[in-house]
Structures are given as C-alpha cells and as structure tokens.
Design a protein around this ligand. Structure first.
Ligand SMILES: [Mn+2]
Length: 204
C-alpha cells in the first residue's frame, strides 16, 4: 500500500490561497510515502518574486525537511507566468515532473507506483491528450492531470477529457487540478479535484 497526500491549485499570491504554511500544517499531520501536486502552484495574476521563492522553499521543505518525494505538474497559471520554461523553477532533488509537454510516465525511487502526468503547455491549452495516457492492466498506476474535463465546472477549460475517458484507463487514482471547489467525481478508485485548501489522502 502506497500512501499519497494529494493537493492542487495552491495559487501562491492569490488572496484566497491558503499558502505554503497550510501545506506544511497539513503534511505535519500526515506520514505519506509521496506527495502529489496537480498544478497551479502560482497565480498568474498576483504571484510576485517572493511567491516564487515561497514555492521553491515549500518544495525544498517537503523533500529535505520531511524527506518526502513530490510528483508535480505545471498548470495553466504556472505556464502563463513562465514556469515550465527556461528552468525558471529550480531543480530540487526529490521533485519529479514531466520534462516535456507530452504525457510522461514517472517513477519515483522506492515508490511502487507509476505516475502518468503531463504539463500544461500554454495559457489556454485545449489539446486532447487522454489517448496518450497508457491503459493500466495491473495495480500501481496514478494519473496526474490539470484538466477541467468536459468544462461544466469552469469557464476556461483546460486539457479537455471526459470522466469516462479517465475511468477507462484502469488507474488506482486520478489527482486532478484546475477546478478550485473540491470535487470527488468517483470515490473508489478516486478521481477528483482536491481543490483549493484541501489535501486528499489516498492509498493505492
Ligand atoms: Mn488551472
């Protein structure tokens, strides 16, 4: 059993964002094997240089202080701010994310789970990528995806897909980003948006 602490849409810099102290407080109450973050670390409207430093410091705290690996993707806000390009965010040992803008399968040393994940590529990314996620035929697969799915929860959809598309992959969980109101779309196996200010505990 692998324990995952999952969150998304931290939106550092936004007035409604709970901030990195919230993440630290949540993780201090948990002992996961791996942390998953599903995109939008920064808010494209309001994040300043100090928030960039806060984001990097948070990921260093998780990986160095807590000694936990992180699997993360870039969301549309991060990309609009210029992260995901030019190595603007520092390389941090123990932080794993796709290196390209295609779906990649990520393995974390010591964690018997394969994470299938993709970075958003541009501010309004309407690519249909679900066919690029490999189907799983055995346990141990988790999807990490910054998507508004079929768009009913957002005016600005991102990387569209359907819930049925996700379900059909046979993964043990899908951690989604982009929608801020927490929403569990399927209980078991979990498919959902942790949302702003909520950390989700998964066992896969
Ligand atoms: Mn987003």
């Amino acid at each position: 059993m692998t324990k995952i602490a999952a969150f998304a849409d931290l939106h550092l810099g936004a007035h409604y964002a709970p901030g990195s102290d919230w993440v630290k407080a949540e993780l201090s109450q948990r002992n996961p094997d791996v942390v998953v973050f599903a995109g939008d670390l920064f808010d494209r409207h309001t994040a300043l240089a100090e928030h960039e430093q806060e984001g990097a410091a948070l990921f260093r705290w998780i990986t160095q202080e807590r000694q936990l690996p992180v699997v993360m993707i870039w969301g549309n806000h991060d990309v609009a701010k210029g992260f995901a390009f030019h190595n603007r965010f520092p390389a941090i040992d123990g932080v794993y994310r796709p290196e390209s803008f295609e779906v990649e399968s990520i393995e974390v040393p010591g964690v018997p789970v394969v994470f299938h994940a993709v970075n958003v590529q541009k501010k309004r990314d309407k690519r249909e990528l679900i066919d690029d996620f490999p189907a799983a035929h055995e346990p141990g697969h988790v999807g990490v995806f910054h998507t508004g799915l079929t768009g009913e929860y957002t005016k600005n959809n991102c990387l569209p897909a359907s819930l049925d598309d996700l379900s059909a992959k046979g993964y043990d969980a899908w951690v989604l980003g982009h929608i801020h109101a927490p929403k569990t779309l399927r209980e078991e196996p979990y498919i959902g948006w942790p949302g702003v200010g909520r950390m989700v505990d998964l066992e896969v």
